[in-house]
Design a protein around this ligand. Structure first.
Ligand code: UDP
Length: 324
């Protein structure tokens, strides 16, 4: 059985759906603080918090868990700067507890959600896995710390891992069953869609004076279903090869904030009001992945990550969400 920690969240729920559809035995563990109960509809569900060691041990004692995919984390960069303790207690301590429970119960395979935020300000583009890691916010540090812990446990205890560093997760299940649902929402694409639905007045463009062709930040948007596929391939890779690796997950293509807004306008055909604002602290000008390693070793190729498919699937989902 595969344990998906944080399986009721945005990326986790897409992975759970795909695992379930593949016929895998899957169990979701979530505290439902940011996860959604209605997303935990595939496989088994076990409610609990990673900082509750008793529940965690019960989870492992009452289920035949062979491997773990670990998503559970807080992921708001700004909040992590304002309240780092929240991030270190949850993201770092929670992960340490999970790893302890895994080792105690002899579970030795983990796929861990990491992030391009562990690189900090890139010194070259596209970013490869060996780029220096110098986070510029506590969220990035919390992920980097657990990367290090996992690598140390690999050497000392034989823990097998795949560490996946996502670039900008975006889009939604093309069947519209799950999607991005954050409260509050801070991400560019859902905000654009909320403006199109007249749930918000305007999109703020955070910075128009970056050193990019149109002055707005460039990001590498990767469809959440492609991320889900990468997790499953990474899990199979660990099992098949007994190798532990780090992988970037992106497309290698970057789009500026203006390009994303204009693509959304052309798909949705509704006015999307924008307001030019100050730069958001902690935003590098350009983040683009080199994902050749995942392409080669995992035989992973994004299928849904052209910008139009990303925005169309997110649009379908946002309209469903607006009825909830
Ligand atoms: N962004 C923006 N307005 C918003 C939200 C985001 O201009 O309301 C920009 C942000 O500065 C970044 C890009 O859009 O350059 C993607 O931001 P998002 O928050 O979606 O993801 P992040 O890059 O922070 O993971």
């Amino acid at each position: 059985m595969i344990l998906v920690v944080g399986g009721a969240g945005y990326i986790g729920s897409h992975v759970v759906k795909q695992l379930y559809k593949n016929g895998q035995d899957v169990i979701v563990f979530d505290n439902f603080k940011n996860g959604h109960r209605e997303f935990a509809k595939w496989g088994k569900c076990f409610e609990g918090d990673l900082n509750d060691i008793h529940t965690l041990n019960q989870l492992f004692e009452t289920n035949q868990i062979n491997s773990v995919i670990h998503f559970a984390a807080y992921a708001y960069v700004n909040e992590s700067v304002m309240d780092p303790q929240k991030y270190y207690l949850n993201n770092v301590m929670g992960s340490l507890n999970l790893l302890k429970a895994m080792l105690t119960h002899n579970v030795k395979e983990i796929v861990f959600s990491s992030t391009c935020a562990t690189y900090g300000n890139p010194t070259y583009i596209p970013i490869t896995e060996c780029h220096i890691q110098k986070p510029i916010n506590p969220y990035g540090w919390s992920k980097l710390m657990i990367e290090q812990v996992i690598k140390d446990y690999h050497h000392a205890y034989g823990l097998q891992y795949a560490i996946l560093r996502y670039f900008n997760a975006a889009g939604a299940d093309i069947e519209g069953e799950v999607g991005e649902w954050h409260e509050p929402e801070t991400h560019l694409i859902p905000i654009i869609l909320q403006v199109a639905l007249e749930e918000k007045d305007s999109v703020q463009i955070f910075g128009t004076d970056y050193e990019t062709p149109d002055g707005t930040c460039i990001r590498d948007y990767i469809h959440v279903m492609d991320l889900a596929d990468a997790h499953i391939k990474a899990m199979n890779y660990i099992k098949g090869t007994q190798q532990s690796e780090v992988f970037n997950l992106g497309t290698g293509n970057g789009f500026s904030v203006n390009e994303v807004i204009n693509t959304a306008r052309s798909i949705i055909e509704k006015p999307i009001r924008v307001v030019e604002s100050q730069r958001r602290p902690g935003d590098p000008a350009i983040l683009i992945a080199n994902s050749n390693k995942a392409n080669n070793l995992l035989k992973w190729e994004p299928q849904y990550s052209d910008l139009r498919t990303i925005i169309s699937s997110a649009w379908k989902w946002q309209q469903i969400l607006s009825m909830k």
